[in-house]
Design a protein around this ligand. Structure first.
Ligand code: GDG
Length: 466
């Protein structure tokens, strides 16, 4: 692997897959970062020996091309103003809420759009520079939707794939966007546009057909200059073996047993693991759990809820408000139902090592995944991968992409229906061993045979075939 020259496989993503760590003696090292995208792509990068173009996560930081954790990394610099306008602004306060069904109102600011265009151009230039003749370039996610078109203009020789990790909204929502045509044209620069769900690919096809000069012909969009663009679902997955290995580690198993004791050895541990994001339905989950305690259906001795809420986008206003709301709810629940030494909800606003996360998955009787809208939700798949003991139950929102694949074994739920959520959480707690086993087998059969390697292979095979 080289850290100079060009590469035949290039990933372009907002963030590099590493975080900077400064050691006690002032040296910089890099550590693989948490989060869905990185969890998903690190093994693919290793398998294909590629280069990764992205931002380091620190404003005005532009280290030379470097190599770490078997990956060749190319940093794209962002100024503090770029971060505020392109990343926190247009990506996370315009596109993220719009694409997630306007749970929070999207903000439309022309200066944010200008910054988005400018930064997308910078990413496209970096990718154009690092890509070999006829290379495959795989662009990730909503922050970089203009890159396919910008890159194609500079490098028509490339094979360009784009994958959207979040939902793609229906016409009624997408049409709000003042720059809807430009975004669609940006995506149409790719040969293959991948989505989590079939419905999202359909939304894109009809929007492109309606708002751009491309026309839909069978399963292809034909652009004005006669190019074919394919839009299809490629449901993303996880590195099943990594989770299974940790789940099988005696130390991790022992830690799971200790966690059970530390929370007071209740009959049932319910677990939520999410970035602290308003799409994840953490409030709905807390409300349902609180009502079960209030109604006396369960007692705090019988059941505890463990909620890991990983800090996220802390400079975006909606996330600050959400944190206040969630913490108020947790405080109320513990005030009403907790005892000295035994809170009803164990709320952890922090980020954990993978081994600790897997220990939590092993300790949980019921995994509660209740997003109001979610592209896929990898945590649901991680839970299933950890449970080779065939115990435990998965409560899963219909509005997570994972529901398309895991509907047979999971307890599907509409998180807006609090009574339904309460009933489903109770059913999952009281499941008989034989049924739990049967459901977990179905879930595991699917996840094990549809892991991240298969996702990448399917996407890249489809891309190369175009
Ligand atoms: C986006 C889409 C889509 C969480 N806390 C810690 C930690 N995590 C890991 C989880 C999981 C990942 O982060 C989160 O992935 P999700 O899929 O649940 O959610 P998003 O971050 O919103 O991801 C999503 C995904 O992209 C992939 O396409 O599924 O729909 O929104 O792997 O385990 N990891 C560590 N410490 C933590 O504290 N190490």
């Amino acid at each position: 692997m080289s850290t100079t020259g060009t590469s035949s496989f290039v990933v372009v993503a907002n963030r590099l897959p590493v975080d900077r760590v400064v050691t006690a003696d002032g040296r910089t090292t890099w550590r693989r970062s948490p989060g869905g995208l990185v969890t998903a792509l690190a093994p693919v990068m290793r398998a294909y020996d590629g280069a990764w173009v992205g931002w380091t996560g620190t404003p005005d930081d532009a280290p030379d091309r470097f190599s770490t954790d078997d990956m060749d990394l190319v940093a794209v610099p962002l100024s503090a103003e770029d971060v505020a306008m392109y990343y926190e602004g247009f990506s996370n306060a315009t596109l993220w809420p719009l694409y997630h069904d306007v749970i929070v109102s999207p903000e439309y600011h022309r200066e944010w759009w200008d910054a988005y265009r400018k930064v997308n151009q910078r990413f496209a230039e970096a990718a154009a520079e690092v890509a070999d003749e006829d290379a495959v370039v795989f662009i990730q996610d909503y922050q970089l939707q203009l890159v396919p078109q910008l890159l194609r203009r500079m490098r028509p020789d490339l094979k360009i794939g784009f994958f959207l990790h979040i939902p793609f909204p229906p016409t009624e929502l997408f049409a709000q966007l003042p720059w809807r045509r430009q975004i669609l044209e940006g995506l149409l620069g790719a040969d293959l546009v991948g989505f989590q769900r079939t419905g999202a690919a359909g939304n894109f096809e009809s929007l492109a057909d309606h708002f751009t000069s491309a026309t839909l012909a069978g399963d292809r969009l034909i652009t004005e200059d006669g190019r074919e663009v394919l839009a299809r679902a490629f449901p993303i997955s996880i590195e099943v073996e990594e989770v299974a290995r940790l789940a099988d580690d005696p130390e991790v198993k022992a830690r799971a047993a200790t966690i059970r004791e530390e929370v007071g050895s209740p009959k049932y541990i319910l677990l939520g693991v999410d970035r602290l994001d308003y799409t994840k339905g953490i409030g709905h989950r807390l409300k349902a759990f609180g009502e079960l305690l209030r109604d006396g259906v369960i007692t705090p001795e019988e059941a505890v809820l463990l909620q890991v809420a990983t800090p996220s986008r802390e400079r975006v206003e909606a996330y600050q408000t959400l944190r206040d709301e969630v913490e108020l709810q947790v405080g109320r629940l513990n005030g009403d139902f907790g005892r000295i030494g035994t809170p009803a909800v164990h709320y952890l606003h922090s980020s954990y090592e993978r081994a600790e996360l897997v220990a939590l998955l092993l300790a949980a009787d019921v995994m509660v995944v209740t997003p109001l809208r979610d592209g896929m939700n990898l945590v649901a798949k991680e839970y299933v991968s950890a449970r080779s003991d065939l115990r435990g139950a998965l409560v899963l929102s219909e509005f997570a992409g994972a529901a398309d694949e895991l509907g047979d074994g999971a307890f599907l739920v509409n998180p807006h229906d609090i009574d339904g959520l309460k009933r489903t959480m109770m059913a999952a707690m009281r499941i008989e061993d034989a049924e739990a086993e049967q459901r977990m087998k179905l879930l595991r059969d699917h996840v094990i045979s549809h892991d991240i390697t298969r996702w990448a292979r399917d996407f890249l095979t489809a891309l190369r075939a175009i």
